[in-house]
Structure formats: C-alpha cells, structure tokens
Design a protein around this ligand. Structure first.
Ligand code: SF4
Ligand code: SF4
Length: 381
C-alpha cells in the first residue's frame, strides 16, 4: 500500500525487494548516488547505481591499526561500520583548483574554474557522520567567512541515513553522544531489519524532500511492533561499542596537562604520517599551492587537504612552531577534544574510530585520554 501524504517523522516499511526503487527515484531526480562499496579490500564511499553495488553480506573487523572484511551469515546491506572514507571528500574535496592564469602576449588572463557540481544522494550516512557533517557545516558556512565551494556542494546533497545495526571495534559514538541513532540532518533515516526470512527497512521521513522521494516508491506504514524492533536494533548497537571515552571535564583535563609525560610516550610511537587527520570526518585543515609549467606561461593555484602533523603546516617566520612529534600529536588531540569547544562550541570528535583503525601503529585516542585521566590524583585513587 502506498499513501501519498507523508509527514516528517512518519515511519514506513520498505521491503528489501523494493529498496532498489529508492535508488531509481533518486536517479530519476538526477541525483548521483554515492554510497558504501568494496574497493581494494575495504568499504569505501564511491559512486554507485544499484543496491547490488553495496557490500551485501559483508562486515568488517576493526581494531587499532587493523581493518579486514569478512562475510556475514546474512545478506545485510548495511551490516558494517564506517571505513576509511568519509563524506567530507565530496563536500570539502581533497584537491580543488582555485584559479589558473595564462600569459597571453603582454596580458595575463586569470580564470576561475566553475565545475558543474552534481546533485548527490549520500546513501548510508551513519549517525556519527551526520554529526561530523554538522560540525563541518559550522566550520565552513557559519562563521564570518563562508566557503562557497563547500556551501554549493552541501546545498545539493540528499541524505539517506542508516542507523547502525552493529558497532565497529573502534567505535565510541555513545561516549560522544553522536550515535548510533540518526536523530537529525537527514532526508530519510533507515533501519535495516533482518528477522528470520523477513528483510525490510523501517524508514523515517526527515524532510519534505525525503517525503517527496519516498512517496514515489512502494511502502506501508510501520506498525508499533516494527518501530519497536527498529529501536531495539539501535539499542543493541549502543551496547556493543568497541571503545569508550570519559568526556567529563575533558577540556580542563587537557588544558591542565600540556606538559604531561604521556605526550612523550605517544611521540615515541607516532610516525607523524597524518593518516588520522586524513580519515577524520571533521578535520578541515588545508593549504594552498601555486604551480607553474616549464614555459612560465601557465600558473595554477590549488587548495588541498593538509594536516597539523606535517612540519610545513605550522611553518611561520622561518621555522615550524610545532617541530616535534610530541607537539603535533598534542595539538591534534587537544584541538579535537578541548580547544574545538572554545572555537566552535562542540567537540571536534564524533567517536567514529577511524583515527584508531587507520593509524599504522594503532595509536588510540581513547587510550591516550584514559592514560592522562588515570594519572590524575583524584581520578586515579
Ligand atoms: S578524532 Fe578520530 S574518532 Fe574522533 S571524529 Fe576524528 S577520526 Fe573519528
Ligand atoms: S597518531 Fe597514528 S595516524 Fe596519526 S600521525 Fe601518528 S602514526 Fe600517523
């Protein structure tokens, strides 16, 4: 049964066999679909077109410095946690040309590329990732200077969120109050239910656009029991977190321990490779690079992701102000968990666990916080 007058917060059932219709309707509305798919042994976000492109029947095992896929015992479409990619690569591209210049005789012609930005539908955005997008929205669009590149891309996104049915080994969204349930910032919010031979999705309407898309596919209203089942899936996931972080007074803890010996300890392990910042869905640092060709007739200016772990990033007045691994790791973690609050009013960490999984030496932000907490006289006693 399909009813046309859907309202925000309505919850409906879409059967597994009808789920492709959601993809079809979005593509008919000229959305490019982006979602999880298997790429080189990991679940990454890429352009997809059909439900079969999702990692059906696969899950992941994650721990510090460890990630591997393994088959599930069912045919779940979303039965895994987040992988190395985040949605920021579509909203805040890793490389972006700002302008190019061409010598034409005695003149210099400067042009600004205006690429056509596609409408994109993000399929399978997790609760922690919705929070990360909200954080980047604030950084890029809610300050004095609005980043038009980000804003244009963001305005063209349709979000299909997915409530997590399984936590990853490095997840700690419950500690950061960012998951595992998607509560805001989506057009449609999906909970996947597999119960015996039943396989369906409880879909919550999150926006007018979501209602409009959903009205074009086959659905029925969710019963109380089905809604309860969806809530139980999320509640069970919340109990499976691979990691926890005690965030009470964390800002004061880090500000009061700038010279803690743990920073030397972590510096002995940290390779300053910057992986943690590349995979982090909230890290937003970039740099600008100018290039010229050998003729000297053409020049280009590019913006690309940078990291507080590189020496050059803090190069000021003839030297780097953060020349040691200790100072760079401390800067990163203290910014994420303390000074971000002063700067933007929220934590800079959503507990997705990527920085733990994708650190080649398995440095774990939750363990680093705990080590400093445990050393405090009142806490450790
Ligand atoms: S700091 Fe680590 S856990 Fe927190 S949001 Fe970034 S990648 Fe995720
Ligand atoms: S903490 Fe890990 S991922 Fe981050 S820079 Fe150090 S070694 Fe690389």
């Amino acid at each position: 049964m399909t009813v046309k007058n859907l309202q925000i917060k309505d919850k409906v059932i879409v059967d597994r066999q009808d789920f492709q219709q959601l993809f079809d309707v979005l593509q008919q509305q000229e959305y490019e679909l982006v979602g999880p798919t298997i790429v080189e042994g990991a679940i990454a976000y890429e352009t997809i077109s059909a439900v079969e492109d999702l990692p059906i029947g696969w899950t992941d095992e994650q721990d510090g410095g460890t990630y591997r896929l393994k088959p599930r015992s069912d045919q779940a479409l979303f039965g895994y946690a987040v992988g190395p990619h985040s949605w920021k690569k579509y909203l805040f591209p890793p490389r972006l040309q700002l302008w190019k210049a061409e010598r034409q005789g005695q003149e210099m012609k400067i042009t600004t590329p205006e690429p056509e930005i596609p409408k994109r539908a993000f399929i399978g955005v997790r609760a922690c990732e919705l929070n990360a997008i909200a954080i980047q929205d604030q950084v890029f669009t809610q300050g004095e200077a609005v980043d038009s590149h980000y804003q244009t891309r963001r305005d063209r996104v349709f979000i299909v969120a997915v409530n997590c049915s399984q936590a990853g080994g490095t997840c700690f969204c419950v500690s950061m109050n960012t998951g595992p349930q998607a509560k805001m910032g989506f057009d449609l919010g999906v909970t996947e239910i597999i119960d015996g031979d039943q396989h369906y999705f409880v879909v919550e309407v999150g926006s007018e656009s979501g209602a409009q898309v959903l009205s074009k596919i086959v659905y029925s209203y969710a019963t109380e029991q089905q809604q309860q089942q969806a809530m139980e899936v999320v509640a069970a996931t919340a109990k499976q977190m691979g990691r926890t972080m005690d965030t009470e007074n964390i800002k004061e803890l880090l500000y009061n321990n700038i010279e803690h010996s743990r920073w030397d300890d972590v510096a002995n392990r940290c390779l300053t490779c910057a992986n943690c910042t590349m995979v982090c869905p909230t890290c937003f640092c970039s740099t600008v690079e100018d290039t010229t060709d050998l003729t000297g007739d053409n020049a280009e200016r590019w913006r690309h992701w940078d990291s507080c772990f590189t020496m050059d990033f803090s190069y000021l007045h003839g030297g780097s102000v953060r020349s040691s691994a200790k100072s760079r790791y401390r800067q990163w973690m203290t910014h994420k968990l303390a000074s971000w609050m002063d700067q933007f009013g929220t934590s800079g960490c959503v507990g997705c666990g990527r920085c733990i999984t994708w650190c080649p030496v398995g440095i774990d932000i939750t363990a680093e916080v705990k080590a400093i907490q445990d050393s405090q006289p009142l806490r450790g006693s």
